[in-house]
Design a protein around this ligand. Structure first.
Ligand code: NAD
Ligand code: TYD
Length: 350
């Protein structure tokens, strides 16, 4: 039986990855290590929490002594590392947590994997999940490929870039078997309502203003989260050691066009008059250092491993809106306390 550690499994992408692995691999023992920060939520995993091949452990990847005990207990064959501070706006107001978790936490994990696996890397793998934001910001033309030089511009992307560099350094220096993927913006059920799509769904639902940064002309490439989880499964099992794979949606949208589309869908779902949600659009001060455009060339993953996106944007957005409208209880639970304070600081007092 293989023993696999998935970090950050109570978060958005982590929970979809856990679900994918728990269901597909009954012969793996899957340990979900998560600190349960504001973004971590065990309600995301209700449908798999009793599975015999799944176990949750609460803990912090910043705590090296704790990680050592965990590895000694479970003797992991593989690590899929998703735990991170993941929101650009929070990284602008408080970069330090991003260094602690994304940089030091990743190095702690690399150290413990190297020490535990020392001399016997056969069948072992450290898979690091990263973002396309490490490549910087594009103008109108061009795409990020695996060869694009790193040019991170926010504290978040700089912390992820640092962690990517450390993962590659452990491959080169210690021959630690690693693989890295860099993915574009994800959307789907269970995403914390601080990121664009769930935040705006929630605000439309509550007839609250829709705060569009700057002119709304920034472009993102959107991928349905389950398609990302499938790519992670494929790369974990078939990716070449030492390689990097870009993952993307081939689905670029200007923020304002995406927001208008979301407003249309929500008007329809909520039985509101056409055009009424769009009246909530409010242009606010731009994000500091706001990257203009991200766009991913994911042909390597497609050609080498046969991956492709399965969920169209129309289908994915509809599924996402339906999920949030049907899961008010989930939303109400995550919208208390810390969230209210964050919202006030980010949008009311800024
Ligand atoms: P998320 O914020 O929803 O979840 C992060 C999880 O990590 C949470 O469950 C949190 O409790 C946990 N965590 C945070 N600090 C921890 C610590 N010190 N120790 C243990 N657990 C800790 O993030 P997400 O959107 O699911 O992103 C997951 C990964 O994918 C991140 O590494 C992120 O950089 C990367 N990524 C995200 C996107 C995206 O669009 N969301 C795109 C590309 C890559
Ligand atoms: P976000 O979901 O935070 O992802 P990222 O910054 O990692 O791409 O933001 C997506 C885009 O939406 C980005 O260009 C910033 C913009 N945005 C707004 O205009 N208003 C908001 O309230 C938020 C959260 C984001």
């Amino acid at each position: 039986m293989k023993s696999i550690l998935i970090t950050g499994g109570a978060g958005f992408i982590g929970s979809h990855t856990i679900r994918q692995f728990v269901r597909r691999y009954p012969d793996y023992h899957i340990v979900n290590l998560d600190k349960l920060t504001y973004a971590g939520n065990l309600e995301n995993l209700k449908d798999v929490e009793d599975a015999p091949n799944y176990e949750f452990v609460k803990g912090d990847i910043y705590d090296a002594a704790f990680l050592k005990e965990l590895f000694e207990k479970y003797r992991f064959d593989g690590v899929i590392h998703l735990a991170a501070e993941s929101h650009v706006d929070r990284s602008i107001s408080d970069p330090n947590e991003f260094i602690k978790t994304n940089v030091v936490g990743t190095v702690n994990l690399l150290n413990v994997a190297k020490d535990q696996w020392q001399g016997d890397f056969e069948g072992k793998l450290f898979y690091h999940i990263s973002t396309d934001e490490v490549y910087g910001s594009l103008e109108e033309g061009g795409y990020f490929t695996e060869e694009t030089p790193y040019d991170p511009r926010s504290p978040y992307s700089a912390s992820k870039a640092s962690s990517d560099h450390m993962v590659r350094a452990y491959y080169n220096t210690y021959k630690l078997p690693v693989v890295i993927s860099n993915c574009s913006n994800n959307y789907g059920p269970h995403q914390f309502p601080e990121k664009l799509i769930p935040l705006f769904i929630n605000n439309i639902r509550n007839n609250k203003e829709l705060p569009v940064y700057g002119k709304g002309e920034n472009v993102r490439d959107w991928l349905y989260v389950e398609d990302h989880a499938k790519a992670i499964d494929l790369i974990y099992h078939r990716g070449r050691i030492g390689e990097t794979y870009n993952i993307g949606g081939d689905n670029e949208w200007r923020n304002i066009d995406l927001i208008r589309k979301l407003c249309e869908i929500m008007d329809h779902k909520l039985g509101r008059m056409a055009g009424s949600s769009a009246e909530l659009i409010t242009y606010v001060k731009d994000r500091a250092g706001h990257d203009l455009r991200y766009a991913i060339d994911c042909s390597k993953l497609k050609n080498e491993l046969g991956w492709s996106q399965e969920v169209t944007f129309a289908e994915g957005l509809e599924r996402t809106v339906d999920w949030y409208l049907e899961n008010e209880e989930w939303l109400n639970h995550v919208l208390t306390g810390e969230y209210e304070e964050y919202y006030r600081k980010q949008y009311v007092e800024r």
